[in-house]
Each structure stands twice: as C-alpha cells, then as structure tokens.
Design a protein around this ligand. Structure first.
Ligand code: SAM
Length: 345
C-alpha cells in the first residue's frame, strides 16, 4: 500500500547514511513486503486503526496500539493531515532515547516537502533525501536534552482533542471530521425516528456524535454499543459520551466492522454512517460489508438506519438483506434509509 514510502523510509539505512538499528519503532505502520527479514524482528509497529493492526499481527510484526518506552531509532510515515503529522513528530521525539534519531517520510503528493520545511524551521534536521516520489528527512534528539523543545510542545498539544465547531464535544486531528459535525451524520441525527429503544449499535461510531445524540434523545435505550476501528476516535467518543445522560449505557469496541460483529445478543436498532474510503480511493465494498454486518447482528424485526452519499450504490445491498427498505430522507447530497424485516440468514 505504502510501498514507495516504506522503501524511501529505510533508504538512509540502506545507503549507509545511518547505521542499522538494533531496535526501532515504526509509527503509522502498515505491513509491507519491502520490509525484509533484516527489519521485521527489530520493529515495534504502532497502529491505532484496527484492520491495519490485525494485518500487521497476521504478517508476524510486533504491533501495539500506542508506543510507550524509549527507542534509539524511530521511523514515522507521514499522512495527509498536517496537524496529526506535527503531533506525531513531537510524540516520536519524546519516545527517542537521548541521541536517538527519528526518520520521517511522506509522499510528495501529500505535501511532504512543505512539512519538511516546517520541521526545519521548528527544530532543524540532520539530513534529507528525495526518492520514490517522497521526501525523507531525519532529526536527532540531543544527548542530555530531556524536556520537549518549545515548538514541539506546541505541536504535541495540537494533537490533543479539540472542541468540535458548534458542539460541546471534542475530537483530535486525524479522526474523521474532527473539527465539525459531518453533514451525513447531522442529517441522520435530524431524522432519527421516534421510538429508538432497547439494544442499539452504532457501526463506525467515530468520536461519538451519533451516540451522544441517541443517548440525549432516547432514554428508552438500554445499551449502546459503539464499534469503531480507529482507537483515537474511540477514545474521544468515551470523553464525549460522558456529556450525555446515563452514559453508562455505552460500551466501546475497538473493532473492524468489515470482519462482522462479535457474537452478541441481536440488536433492536443499528445506526451507521459507514466509511467509504480505503486510503485515498472510494470503495463501496466497505459500506456493503457494514450492511452485511448489521444484517447479521440485528433481530428479525430490528431496524437499521443508514446514511450515505447519494451516489453510493447501497440500496441494492440493503434490499438483498431486508424486506422493507424506505428512503426516509434525502438532502444535501445524502440519503437516509430505514430498513426493516431482515431476510433470513
Ligand atoms: C463516515 S465516518 C462516521 C463517523 C461517525 N459516525 C460520525 O458521525 O462522525 C466512518 C467511521 O468509520 C470508521 N471506520 C473505518 N473503517 C472501519 C472499519 N473497518 N470498522 C469500523 N470502523 C471503521 C472510521 O474511522 C470513521 O470514524
């Protein structure tokens, strides 16, 4: 997936510009053929997105949801989110042993060159390369320097959960729609039908917007299971749910919904604003897998509420799984479906 960036990330070691480490962390890790037997055993891979975490574990990597101890070398794959990259550089610096080195790499197409210039201005770098349509640069934590340099302290703080526009809720950079409520989710919440009650699940719950609205409006909900693959978003959903009435009704699952839900009692209601991207490309198969997971986990007469961009081909999939599929609302480029009476499993 990130083959070019991973090839680029290890280039300073392959070229002999940096010595091969005995231990290193890899932040925002993905399994890759490019990481040879030399690399695999010495890496501790950080990945907070459950499908990638599972893929790393299956491929034999040591994977953790969040890094904690100090390392002589760190490797960081940059993403398209500048604020997340800043926070990751600052956190990676704080995970280095004194004298340790951090190598960062990002695709040119994702703005890595401009981010490199920002790092140069803020903390300075030791070396850089340009190869595989990527920028590679590295910086060193000085011997004996224990406190995070001022510029990096600001960067670290910018990665903390922040207020979401026009709400009393928070979310951190890198999570889906972290600074404002997603239009699809707002529309879905606006047309929640009366009578949502009993056991409810939210598939792809993000930082908990729909969950909060459900608990605020429906005291008859007895339990709300939030399923979300991104651990950072799930952590923010816990904070946000605490603002809702009787938040003890919520349970949090760091889970890949495309793999199906765990064996649980069937749900009375399921809501979802499913993801439609895998990396940078739109992939309706993910939404279809969410529909299948909902169909399998819902009780026979349970109700499934789904919001999606109106161009996405979900109606056929819903009709395959449910006898009754009603277009409840259509606005601002989104469609909300209410599906009931599931077909037999
Ligand atoms: C369109 S967003 C909706 C988020 C949230 N419901 C809201 O209202 O803002 C889809 C969410 O699904 C999560 N997600 C992506 N792939 C997933 C997967 N395989 N399993 C579970 N959640 C996933 C994303 O991290 C994201 O938070």
């Amino acid at each position: 997936m990130h083959t070019e960036q991973i090839l680029a990330l290890i280039l300073p070691f392959e070229k002999g510009l940096l010595p091969m480490p005995e231990r290193a962390f890899l932040m925002r890790a993905e399994p890759s053929e490019v990481l040879t037997e030399d690399w695999r055993p010495l890496l501790v891979c950080e990945q907070s997105f459950k499908p990638a975490f599972t893929a790393l574990t299956k491929a034999g990597y040591q994977a953790v949801e969040r890094l904690s101890c100090a390392f002589p070398v760190g490797l960081l794959l940059l993403t398209k989110h500048k604020v997340e990259n800043r926070a990751n550089v600052a956190r990676a610096w704080s995970l280095l042993e004194p004298g340790g080195v951090l190598v960062c790499c990002g695709a040119n197409a994702l703005g890595a060159a401009s981010f490199e210039r920002e790092v140069v201005r803020t903390i300075g770098i030791e070396g850089q390369l340009s190869k595989h349509s990527s920028r590679i640069f590295w910086l060193r934590r000085p011997e004996g320097e224990s406190a995070l340099p001022e510029g990096l302290a600001d960067w670290l703080a910018s990665g903390e959960p922040r207020p979401v526009d026009d709400t009393a809720l928070v979310a951190r950079a890198g999570c889906f729609s972290a600074d404002h409520v997603d239009t699809g989710s707002r529309i879905l919440a606006e047309c929640f039908p009366a009578g949502i009650a009993g056991r409810v699940a939210d598939l792809g719950a993000g930082w908990g917007y729909l969950g909060v609205r459900l608990l605020e409006r429906f005291p008859e909900i007895t339990g709300l299971d939030l399923y979300e693959a991104e651990a950072m978003a799930l952590a923010d959903s816990r904070t946000n749910m605490a603002t809702a009435p009787a938040p003890e009704r919520a349970t949090y699952h760091w889970h890949d919904v495309t793999a199906g839900l765990p064996a649980v009692d069937p749900y009375d209601w399921i809501v979802s604003n499913p993801p439609f991207h895998e990396g940078s490309k739109a992939d309706p198969a993910i939404g279809k897998a969410f529909i299948t997971a909902a169909w399998k986990a819902i009780r026979r007469r349970g109700k499934f509420l789904l919001v999606a961009n109106r161009h996405l081909p979900y109606e056929g999939e819903l009709r395959k799984r449910f006898r009754s599929v009603e277009l409840l609302h259509q606005a601002e480029g989104f469609k909300v479906y209410l599906s009931t009476n599931r077909h037999d499993k």
